[in-house]
Design a protein around this ligand. Structure first.
Ligand SMILES: Nc1ncnc2c1ncn2[C@@H]1O[C@H](COP(=O)(O)OP(=O)(O)OP(=O)(O)O)[C@@H](O)[C@H]1O
Ligand SMILES: [Mg+2]
Length: 252
């Protein structure tokens, strides 16, 4: 379980806050979606969980351990991370990109090689065809799959995914969403998934955490945030796409 308790982050010595007093729990096996518009503090929140960013105040525990007390290398073994954008190393081949964390934590070359094949199969890219390519020899969707494969490589219990399907067309995005859903249930991963896309949040989330201006507005099941919005912001957020959809269907 991930427990975020009263966490705030200021990048300017306390004049303004990117994240303000956020508390939430991510239960084992759950997919929690952090939803909110650009600049509301989603990536900052995610990066504090794996210590890419240190909180200004508050605490974060993963499996009952304070993350600030943990070795960052071990932490990255436990927590897979998919970067916003793509974030593959351009000068590394696909297989080398995927092996980064397993090597970091000391797996043998043989074990790494076998694992690369496994995770590539998991994300639906045949290793014989793709493992020796460079990232710029892949389509955007294939690169994002490799990003997911890399996050899964060291078999972490936790996955942090920062708008991993952001740049994809609707059809590819839908197929990756479906894959992620079945994969996370099958492998029993605990997932924190960041998006600004309401439909993606509704599709993937066991619970949605709505953020606005650095603060948590509501954390609830998709059903609950839709039918019992806790704040005017949450109501407005979900009303707008519903209106658009209704208007569109009215035209048809
Ligand atoms: N390293 C940094 N230094 C200073 N300010 C930062 C830094 N990282 C983020 N911020 C600021 O903190 C706020 C929250 O940024 P964050 O990246 O968490 O937003 P986000 O919700 O992920 O947005 P997006 O959907 O655009 O990715 C923004 O105002 C941003 O400019
Ligand atoms: Mg972001």
């Amino acid at each position: 379980m991930i427990v975020v308790d009263g966490v705030s982050k200021s990048f300017d010595g306390g004049q303004s806050y990117a994240v303000r007093d956020v508390s939430l729990k991510v239960h084992d096996g759950e997919t929690l979606v952090l939803l909110g518009s650009s600049g509301c503090g989603k990536s900052t929140t995610l990066k504090m969980i794996n210590r890419l960013i240190e909180p200004t105040s508050g605490t974060i525990h993963v499996d009952d351990q304070d993350v600030t007390q943990q070795d960052p290398v071990l932490l990255r073994r436990t927590i897979g991370y998919v970067f916003q954008g793509i974030g593959l190393f351009p000068h590394y081949r696909v297989a080398q990109n995927i092996e980064v964390v397993p090597r970091l934590v000391g797996w043998s070359a043989d074990k790494c090689k076998q694992r690369v094949r496994e995770v590539m199969d998991l994300v639906g890219l045949p290793p014989d065809e793709f493992s020796d390519r460079f990232p710029d020899e892949l389509s955007g969707g294939q690169q994002q799959r490799i990003g997911v494969a890399r996050a899964l490589a060291a078999d972490p219990n936790y996955l942090l995914m920062d708008e991993p399907f952001g740049a994809l067309d609707a059809i590819t995005r839908d197929s990756l969403q479906q894959e992620l859903k079945s994969l996370s249930k099958r492998l029993r991963k605990t997932v924190v998934f960041v998006t600004h896309d309401i439909f993606e949040a509704l599709e993937l989330a066991d619970r949605i955490a709505v953020m606005h201006d650095g603060q948590l507005q509501q954390i609830d099941t998709p059903q609950k945030v839709l039918t019992e919005p806790a704040t005017p912001f949450v109501r407005e957020l979900f009303e707008k796409p519903a209106r658009q959809l209704a208007a569109f269907q009215g035209v048809g």
